[in-house]
Design a protein around this ligand. Structure first.
Ligand code: XUL
Ligand code: CO
Length: 441
């Protein structure tokens, strides 16, 4: 085996929109300045470890793994784990991303007991720290997997069994320590099994109380240890649970308010989770941003004909433009980023397909950024939106209502003084036409 795992791929370069080379960027030019910041800073791309280097190898409920990954050979346990780290850092470097993300169990094998699992994680993450220093690639976030091991079949933080809850606490505390060592910029909580399969055997409020209690302990431990990573909750309405408590952005924000946790958390929004919740793909990104809670994005897309979380690479320019418009409007993602929580299709078996998927998606986001920047510079859509709500700022009663200082009587008096409201067009088609002019023009 050569000492490179992707010997046919060299560093991916920006070659401009006319390039026909699939292993080149047509739109992503990392150091080009757009609206005052380099593209790489607006976009903060990250590769996820799980789908890219572990996953099920392309297995689905109807068939076995398909991917060709010769670097794995017959390796097992720690040998396989360390090999994957080498492969991953070669991939990050050749692709030219600044960040990556992982779950504890993605990068190191679980041992016979907690201590053995933690020792494995320590050893692998020590090696990851070396690779980070050698390559300059940084950790966007890490997270604890509280859903794959059978012990978590009834949930982690919301498990009816106290012993499992405490096991989850151990895993969370350990990943906090590891994340701190690797200078992770965020820490994600995704609760795939924090929900239920049947109302008959579930106490919903008690389970949510327990989950909130865990987060309160997490915040407290973080304070005591000088933990600087931003905590992020990742909403998803279902899959694998029938119902997941962090259903969508609004539900999750309400949960954080209810338990007094709002100031310690933001959200990591995944558009394919948003569509599973019955919203259009960018809905939760907009909601989270408007409430000042958009921390990071697991950028991917679903398939309109399949109802589940297919984690396709985002290749739709209208969608990436809409996402980047929100990111520009809030001045960037702060410590967050655009993490590709995506997998190549089961039929895309070649290692090089991993590059193609990421390059295609990075270019789609980069072009989306360029289009969104033009939209923002011209400001046409924004002024149309402002105009739609103008009545609220042109009459003093509007401001009074917004400050909760008005009475119902004042509203009635105003309604009577004005007579029947005029019909005012919502102009949706005009908004769409103008938006299309930027995307396809
Ligand atoms: C699952 C999902 C997770 C989280 C991290 O749908 O998105 O991979 O991003 O646990
Ligand atoms: Co995700």
């Amino acid at each position: 085996m050569s000492d490179e795992y992707f010997p046919t791929v060299t560093k991916i370069e920006f070659k401009g929109p006319k390039s026909k080379d699939p292993l080149s960027f047509k739109h992503y030019n990392p150091d080009e300045i757009i609206l005052g910041k380099p593209m790489r800073e607006w976009l903060r791309f990250s590769v996820c470890f799980w789908h890219t280097f572990v996953g099920g190898g392309g297995a689905d409920p109807f068939g076995s793994p398909t991917y060709i990954r010769d670097w794995e050979g017959d390796l097992q346990g720690m040998d396989l784990a360390l090999r994957r780290i080498d492969v991953a850092f070669e991939f990050f470097t050749k692709l030219g991303v600044d960040y990556y993300c992982f779950h504890d169990v993605d990068v190191s094998p679980e041992g016979a007991n907690i201590d053995e699992s933690f020792a494995n994680l320590d050893a692998v993450t020590d090696y990851m720290l070396e690779k980070q220093k050698e390559t300059g690639v940084k950790l966007l976030w890490s997270t604890q997997n509280l859903f794959s091991n059978p012990r978590y079949m009834n949930g982690g933080m919301t498990n009816p069994d106290l012993q499992v809850f405490c096991y989850a606490a151990a895993q969370i505390q350990k990943i906090m320590d590891v994340n701190h060592k690797l200078q992770g910029e965020n820490h994600v909580f995704w609760g795939g099994r924090e929900g239920y399969q049947s109302l008959l055997n579930t106490k919903i409020k008690l389970e949510c109380d327990h989950m909130a209690a865990m987060y309160t302990m997490v915040v407290d431990y973080g304070k005591r240890k000088g933990y600087t990573a931003q905590f992020l909750l990742e909403p998803k309405p279902r899959e694998p649970s029938k119902h997941q408590y962090d259903y969508d952005a609004q539900t999750t924000i309400a949960f954080l308010h209810e338990y007094g946790l709002k100031d310690h958390f933001k959200l990591n929004i995944e558009p394919n989770h948003t569509t599973l919740a019955g919203h259009e793909a960018v809905h939760d990104i907009v909601v989270a941003s408007e409430y000042g809670m958009l921390g990071s994005i697991d950028s991917n897309t679903g398939d309109t004909l399949l109802g589940w979380d297919t984690d396709n690479f985002p290749m739709d320019l209208a969608q990436t433009t809409a996402v980047m418009a929100v990111v520009l409007e809030q001045g960037g993602l702060g410590t967050g980023g655009l993490n590709f929580d995506c997998k190549v299709r089961r039929e895309s078996v070649d290692p090089v397909d991993l590059f193609i998927g990421h390059i295609g998606a990075m270019d789609t986001y980069a072009l989306g950024l360029r289009k969104a920047a033009k939209m923002k510079e011209h400001g046409v859509l924004k002024s149309m939106l402002t105009e739609r709500y103008l009545s609220w700022s042109t009459h003093p009663l509007g401001a009074k209502i917004e400050k909760s200082e008005a009475t119902l009587e004042e509203c009635v008096e105003y309604a009577k003084s004005q007579g029947e409201p005029k019909k005012i067009s919502g102009k949706q088609e005009l908004f769409e036409m103008i938006r299309n002019g930027y995307i396809y023009g």
